[in-house]
Write a protein that binds this ligand. Structure first.
Ligand code: 5AD
Ligand code: SF4
Length: 480
């Protein structure tokens, strides 16, 4: 077991995206990694729609194949390398097909990619997608093309994404790019650059447009949403040099949440990802104030040991994290919480590991995303710390953490049995064409008979039973 994710979101699985328009050239675009990458692929599809590309789900008929890549762990990179082999096989039958690599691996490996993988024609980093039309011209002229320049300003705020997933019900809206936190294990600051926020007006315009098109739920996206800060553009770290007027009129994340929730009171609002050291009480108050902001926070902790947290440069202790959890429960008593945890970070002892388990016992997270530490080239941890925890120890610790999380997820899920909860219908259940599948505000999946309801309906569902992670119920006409 290399990594284990307990959630319906199937992180790490590729999503092939498709949307149709009047264009003739065919783009096959595939995304790996985080939600931000999926969201970026929608921006790329929008840029290429103007270049005459229509998306397809059939690899064999593509004129252009783009793979939006992830570097977070070695395994994510290996998955992409395997995919390139598959593209290679297809290219033999379709020699005109061009292949581009986007995203974090593109940024990390730069032009080395062209040397290492002969199939690749184009390498484009996360801040360079607006250059795609020029890069494609190069490629069409038979030359390799690379742009991996990171930007201080780029937020793609002016681009209306082509919606490729979400069944017309849920959508991602990106609000920040990059990350300044510099956790020692993490490659993201290197691949996605410094943190910058998007103009709140362009966020509102996008949200209002989604509402008009019938979307019922949005997720505000960023590597670190709590440090959202708009003061007229530019890097977050340069805010200290901003003018007094800029400082006085700046918008923070709590205010942004308030704006969006007020503008669209019938739309569900979610956000991801939160960082313990940046999450303010104001954010919790915004959540409590607006019924339409879902009571669910993804709050990665990484480790329950203060010593390891320090080695990770997480900027908070175990005690501070627990105090934040208590604050969340005080302000939003029913708030669902999920975690990310890394096992086997360099120097992690059995005692550190037990502290992670005991923290989990305290919080009893609703969901969890758990990973073995994977050393990433160039990070502080890779430069300064030896990857000294043997693989079998990492694996055993991961298994213990995953088993505990399974118990907690089942415990949290079971607590909903007998309750009547609002569920947003997203799609047909995978297991039965007679049932709908949707999510509660707590992000728990609920399945119930279709009756006359349709995708996009908000339905009150009486929960009668559950599996370890799914609620089973029936729709009722009223809340009990
Ligand atoms: N090794 C293992 N897991 C990692 N993550 C980030 N970097 C690494 C790494 N080098 C995990 C963290 C983060 C999630 C997105 O991926 O838990 O929160
Ligand atoms: Fe992967 Fe991180 Fe890049 Fe997202 S930001 S694609 S998780 S490396």
């Amino acid at each position: 077991m290399e990594e284990k994710i307990i959630d319906e979101n199937k992180q790490g699985e590729a999503l092939v995206l498709e949307a149709t328009n009047g264009n003739t050239r065919k783009l096959f675009i595939e995304s790996y990694g985080c939600q931000m990458n999926f969201s970026d692929s929608e921006i790329v599809a929008s840029i290429l729609a103007k270049q005459g590309y229509n998306t397809t789900k059939i690899l064999e008929e593509a004129d252009l194949v783009l793979v939006n890549t992830c570097s977070i762990r070695d395994k994510a990179e290996q998955t992409v390398r395997k995919r390139l082999e598959k593209y290679n096989a297809v290219k033999r039958t379709n020699p005109k097909m061009k292949v581009g690599v986007l995203g974090c691996m593109a940024e990390r490996l730069k032009s080395k990619f062209l040397e290492e993988e002969k199939i690749v024609d184009m390498v484009v980093g996360p801040d360079a997608y607006k250059d795609l039309p020029n890069l494609l011209e190069e490629v069409e002229a038979g030359r390799d093309a690379v742009n991996v320049i990171l930007s201080k300003e780029e937020t793609y705020g002016d681009i209306a994404p082509v919606r490729l997933g979400g069944y017309g019900v849920t959508a991602f809206v990106s609000i920040t790019r990059g990350c300044d936190n510099m956790c020692t294990f993490c490659v993201v600051p290197f691949t996605r650059g410094r943190e910058r926020s998007r103009d709140p007006q362009s966020i509102l315009t996008e949200v209002n447009d989604l509402a008009e098109k019938g979307y019922m739920e949005i997720t505000l996206l960023g590597q670190n949403v709590d440090s959202y800060l708009w003061y007229g553009g530019g890097l977050k770290k340069d805010f200290k040099n901003a003018s007094e007027i800029q400082k006085a009129t700046a918008t923070n994340f709590a205010q942004l949440l308030d704006m969006v929730a007020t503008a669209q009171p019938h739309m569900r609002i979610r956000f991801s990802t939160s960082n313990p050291q940046d999450m303010t009480e104001d954010v919790l108050h915004s959540m409590a104030k607006h019924k339409n902001i879902c009571n669910y926070i993804h709050l990665p902790v990484q480790s329950g040991s203060t010593r390891i947290l320090k080695e990770m440069n997480r900027q908070h202790t175990r005690e501070e994290y627990i105090a934040l959890i208590n604050k969340i429960w005080e302000i939003i008593p029913d708030c669902a919480i999920s975690q990310d945890i890394i096992t086997g970070f360099p120097t992690e002892t059995e005692q550190d590991h037990r502290e992670t388990l005991s923290l989990m016992e305290y919080v009893k997270y609703d969901f969890g995303f758990m990973f073995m530490y994977s050393e990433r080239p160039g990070t502080t941890a890779a430069r300064k710390l030896e990857d000294d925890i043997p693989l079998d120890v990492k694996k055993r610790r991961l298994t213990e953490i995953v088993d505990l999380q399974l118990m907690h997820s089942a415990y949290r899920t079971k607590k909903f049995v007998g309750k009547t909860l609002e569920v947003l219908i997203e799609k047909e259940s995978k297991k039965s064409d007679q049932h709908w599948s949707g999510r509660t505000q707590y992000n728990t999946v609920a399945v119930f008979p279709k009756e006359n309801y349709k995708v996009g309906d908000l339905v009150m569902v009486k929960v009668e039973d559950c599996t370890s992670a799914t609620l089973l119920g029936v729709a009722v006409d009223y809340a009990e």
